[in-house]
Write a protein that binds this ligand. Structure first.
Ligand code: ADP
Length: 454
């Protein structure tokens, strides 16, 4: 069943129950007050006859009273204390007689209602006693035919029915419009998620409202945008990888074709085979880095931390890479306080440092200095990797941690980078709960800063 119909039916059912209850209550109250009013006016009329009778109760007065009531929709019967009828404005019928035969005790001064059942009885009746010379002299019975009351009530019922039908009609229209308006954003969200699940992420959801539905729609929109971005990023990534692979494979194929030639000089063949080997190494390096990244992405690697003395740890790493720096006449210095220990994964973190140092080496000119400075501040260890190399242009800085991003595409082939090193570094630093940032001035040098919270 559609949500709009479901919602509409629920609304309808709830409001219908409320309407029935309130109409019933209102109707009962109105009927009750109408009957009450009729009885009051009947009793008031009886009382005014009593007032007249207490002044004068001779035959002429009785005749007058009878005459007055003969032109109204009420009847009057006046009896003496023994029940003999002194006056009756109409012929006394059976149901009137039954009332007159009732014994009356403890009647208050203003009289009493004798019969109020307007639904079953023929009359509603009140009675008032009148006195003469301080003694009780008789009773004034006032009768009103219930046909009149019933007519009045049925008129009221007709009004009620009409009002109920009108309310029902407007209620159905309102519920229809309301449930449509309420379910419209839900339906468009459903359509959007259906599209997303089919792989089409270009959805546009308008979310003008600031309620829960608006927030949900906003979340779906953000999800779609993110998925779209990821899809594009994946496509670009795949395109870049295939490009990365195509170049060395073209070399390998081309040089293998030449190396196969029989008439080729052995020295040339060796040269071509060297190139083939170099390019094959490059491909396997790329695949290794990609594999590393994939593992980091899936979080399938584990960080096994242990306490290391940072000075000794860094010194041992530096020693490994020092010859390469010396080769290019670049000084490599370490400033790290002794006895500063920290919990990290020594193998993974070595990869971080080697990648950064390798970059300093690749992108530094000869006769410059690279410096690793470590210090403790605010419950965190700060590591700064400074070099006096080429620097990174300002516009490239936000992207250098992206995969396969290289500042200078042509240069990188000669230096051999794939643009994956910093992406791996970032993942590993974050896996250690740390953060990495970069500052650089083009032409002057670069500084990477790692902050590891204790
Ligand atoms: P690559 O394998 O190309 O070095 P990285 O991810 O390690 O890839 O670095 C991305 C890019 O950032 C590099 O291509 C380079 O242009 C720039 N870069 C990284 N480190 C430095 C540095 N120390 N000095 C200058 N440029 C750097």
């Amino acid at each position: 069943m559609k949500i709009s119909i479901k919602l509409g039916l629920w609304f309808f059912f709830c409001i219908l129950v409320i309407e029935i209850f309130s109409m019933f209550f209102l109707h009962n109250n109105l009927v009750h007050s109408q009957v009450h009013q009729e009885l009051n006016s009947l009793q008031a009329r009886g009382n005014s006859h009593r007032a007249v009778l207490e002044i004068n109760s001779d035959a002429a007065t009785l005749h007058h009273i009878g005459l007055m009531e003969s032109h109204t929709d009420t009847e009057v019967v006046i009896t003496n204390t023994t029940g003999d009828v002194l006056l009756s404005s109409s012929k006394i019928n059976r149901s009137m007689r039954a009332i007159l035969n009732k014994s009356i005790n403890n009647l208050p001064r203003n009289g009493r209602v004798l019969q109020s059942d307007w639904q079953k009885e023929q009359y509603i009746v009140t009675v008032t006693a009148f006195n003469k010379n301080g003694e009780k002299a008789g009773y004034v019975y006032m009768f009103k035919n219930t046909d009149e009351v019933q007519k009045l009530i049925s008129q009221l019922n007709r009004h009620f029915l009409l009002a109920s039908l009108l309310i029902l009609f407007f209620m159905i229209i309102t519920i229809f419009l309301l449930s449509k308006a309420l379910t419209k954003p839900l339906i468009s969200m459903k359509e959007a998620t259906k599209k997303i699940s089919k792989g089409n992420f270009s959805v546009t959801l308008s979310s003008p409202s600031h309620d829960e539905l608006g927030e949900l729609s906003q979340s779906i929109q953000t999800l779609a945008n993110d998925l779209n971005y990821l899809k594009q990023e994946r496509n670009e990534f795949l395109a870049s990888i295939s490009h990365e692979l195509r170049t060395p494979l073209t070399y390998i194929k081309g040089y293998a074709d030449i190396a196969k030639r029989k008439e080729l000089e052995e020295t040339d063949r060796a040269k071509y085979l060297d190139i083939i080997q170099e390019e094959a190494d490059r491909v396997s390096r790329l695949l290794k880095e990609l594999f590393d990244l994939a593992k980091l992405d899936q979080n399938t690697f584990s960080i096994s931390k242990e306490q290391v003395d940072l000075h000794d740890y860094l010194q041992s790493i530096l020693e490994k890479i020092l010859p390469a720096f010396k080769d290019r006449n670049i000084q490599l210095k370490l400033e790290c306080p002794k006895n500063l220990s920290f919990d990290l994964d020594p193998i993974r973190f070595e990869q971080v440092l080697l990648n950064l140092l390798d970059n300093s080496l690749k992108y530094s000119k000869e006769n410059t200095t690279a410096l690793i400075k470590v210090f403790e501040e605010n419950e965190a260890v700060h590591m700064m990797m400074n070099d006096q190399g080429l620097g990174i242009p300002q516009e490239d800085l936000p992207h250098i941690f992206d995969r396969l991003y290289r500042v200078d595409k042509s240069r990188s082939r000669s230096t051999g980078g794939f643009g994956l090193g910093l992406a791996i570094v970032k993942q590993l630093v974050e896996a250690h709960g740390g953060e990495i940032s970069v500052k650089s001035e083009f032409g002057k040098g670069t500084c990477f800063k790692i902050i590891l919270k204790k």
